[in-house]
Design a protein around this ligand. Structure first.
Ligand SMILES: C[S@@+](CC[C@H](N)C(=O)[O-])C[C@H]1O[C@@H](n2cnc3c(N)ncnc32)[C@H](O)[C@@H]1O
Length: 185
């Protein structure tokens, strides 16, 4: 089994990925947008749940694109379009890639613009991971303005580790999962 290459800020913790993906309606044949893909870990997990899965992975950092490219190759993700650039611009320019069934937004810079473009492109299900409270509020308000806000979930993972032969727990930074859905999808 290949080891996933890491970068700063990634990968998203597996438990957070699991909850985030449970909020998206992942089905065979869908196009999955990984917005601020970092290592690509979320797309790799998502692709395990469906067949004929198309990935569009976008990141503003060249380093992230190169790490994601290697991870996708090592994990056998073949139907993938990697785009280096700012997400709202990249989604707008690459309209020909196809419909957006599900979008996972792990990179929240310019989140209002990103949500505007995802809404314009009729993204059916959107999940945003945010760690800063201002980003959570901006995301919720924007989704409410667009009429797509569905729910917000606060997730805290507390992980066990060994200390002198016994088990202690250490909390990790909380993550907010904000969910948007097109009501007629
Ligand atoms: C927390 S990391 C994502 C981690 C990723 N889900 C993973 O599992 O590796 C956030 C990433 O989003 C990217 N990012 C943030 N805002 C962005 C934007 N507006 N457009 C493109 N990339 C963005 C950053 O460069 C960074 O690589």
């Amino acid at each position: 089994m290949s080891e996933l290459l890491h970068i700063s800020g990634g990968p998203t913790k597996p438990e957070v990925i699991a909850i985030s993906l449970s909020k998206l309606d992942l089905k065979d044949g869908i196009t999955f947008y990984d917005v601020g893909c970092g290592t690509g870990a979320v797309s790799i997990e998502a692709s395990k749940t469906a067949r004929n899965f198309k990935v569009v992975a976008i990141d503003a950092r060249e380093e992230a694109i190169e790490v994601a490219r290697t991870n996708f190759r090592n994990f056998g993700i073949e139907d993938v379009t990697l785009i280096h650039g700012e997400s709202s611009e990249a989604i707008d320019k690459n309209a020909d890639i196809g419909s957006i069934d599900c979008a996972f937004v792990g990179g929240t810079k310019n989140i209002s613009k990103v949500l505007d473009v995802l809404y314009e492109k009729k993204a059916r299900n959107i999940v945003v991971n945010a760690v800063r409270i201002e980003t959570v509020v901006t995301t919720m308000n924007k989704m409410k303005e667009l009429g797509i806000f569905s729910e917000v979930v606060h997730v805290t993972i507390t992980r066990g580790y060994e200390l002198t032969g016994e088990t202690m727990f250490k909390p990790e930074n909380p993550v907010y999962i904000v969910v948007g859905k097109l009501s007629n999808a």
